[in-house]
Design a protein around this ligand. Structure first.
Ligand SMILES: [Zn+2]
Length: 321
């Protein structure tokens, strides 16, 4: 029987709970007044996959890790032909704060802060995922039960997020800035009065640098390619001598974005000596001379970029092009 009986569960299950009324999401609907053990029971039924022609019974134990994380141990006992087998599984439940459809309709435009993320060269799907991931994480681990995204909007050059708390806006803006590099501008407006005091809505505008890895930029009067970005450190490889220099996000502010891989074109080296090379630009049939930055023999077919600051052969400067 051991061979036929198997049970599986995904390692992580989210419980989406409304911060206003406590309703828990169930498919496309919401369940009112459901205690945590009921939510876990319901979601286990949905997520435990049992294979094998057996009768099973299961039980589970909940271990509270903190107010939004629960470890759950499951024991599944299978019976067939009067023989018993047991499988033990483990999974983790995390409560994700959100706002249910009804409350969001009642509350209308309830939010405490706005997170604006902007970049004038736009965002890739992967980058949007990173941003959403940062907000997702804060929705559960922020500590404050008002950490949720009430509304998302796509705007020109970026996204607006309407958030349930000010601290979530503060943390998210810093996290996104540290991930991509850029500046944060904070502004506030009076949103109403409560207990005789003005209440404020805070806007965190994160203006990200236009750069990404492999972008060409003009900095320190030279043309370079961003060879790596991590945290606050950006490495730029200069196209004239192939040497790398480290910058931080604030110094990069002085630079100019030139373009990305769409700038790269094909060329042919017609002749070369120790000091220079004659290069044919295939796209325009123009021939120009490139002074060699160091002692190198170029291959016949080369990749190059043309900029207002000069033309550069990428071979030998960049390993993968
Ligand atoms: Zn609700």
């Amino acid at each position: 029987m051991e061979k036929n009986f198997d049970a599986k569960i995904i390692p992580h299950i989210s419980i989406e709970r409304c911060v206003r009324c406590g309703s828990v999401k169930n498919g496309n609907g919401w369940v009112k007044n459901e205690v945590i053990s009921e939510s876990i029971d319901r979601l286990l039924r949905k997520n435990i996959k049992i294979t094998g022609d057996v009768n099973t019974e299961w039980s589970f134990e909940i271990y509270v890790e903190d107010e939004s994380n629960y470890k759950v141990l499951i024991s599944i006992v299978a019976e067939r032909d009067n023989a018993l087998a047991e499988k033990r599984l483990e999974t983790k439940f995390t409560i994700k704060n959100t706002i249910c459809d009804i409350c969001s309709r009642i509350a209308g435009d309830f939010y405490a802060s706005i997170l604006q993320v902007r970049r004038n060269t736009g965002f890739s799907d992967k980058e949007l995922k990173v941003i959403e991931g940062i907000l997702d994480k804060l929705s559960t681990s922020d500590g404050s039960n008002m950490s949720f995204v009430a509304k998302r909007e796509t705007v020109r050059n970026g996204y607006d997020y309407y958030l349930g708390s000010i601290s979530m806006g503060k943390k998210a803006s810093r996290n996104i800035r540290n991930t991509f590099g850029g500046d944060i501008k904070v502004s506030s407006s009076i949103s109403g009065r409560s207990d005789g005091k003005d209440t404020y809505r805070i806007t965190y505008c994160v203006k990200l640098h236009p750069f990404r890895k492999d972008d060409f930029i003009y900095i320190d009067n030279r043309v370079g390619i961003i060879s790596s970005m991590s945290g606050n450190i950006i490495k730029v490889k200069f196209l004239d001598d192939g040497k790398e220099k480290r910058y931080d996000h604030s110094t990069l502010r002085e630079s100019r974005y030139l373009g990305s891989d769409e700038m790269v074109c094909n060329g042919v080296v017609i002749s070369q000596d120790r000091n220079e090379a004659q290069v044919l630009d295939i796209s325009t049939n123009n021939i120009f001379t490139i002074i060699k930055p160091f002692d190198i023999t170029y291959p016949k077919d080369i990749k190059l970029i043309k900029t207002e600051y000069g033309n550069f052969i990428l071979d030998s400067v960049i390993s993968e092009i």
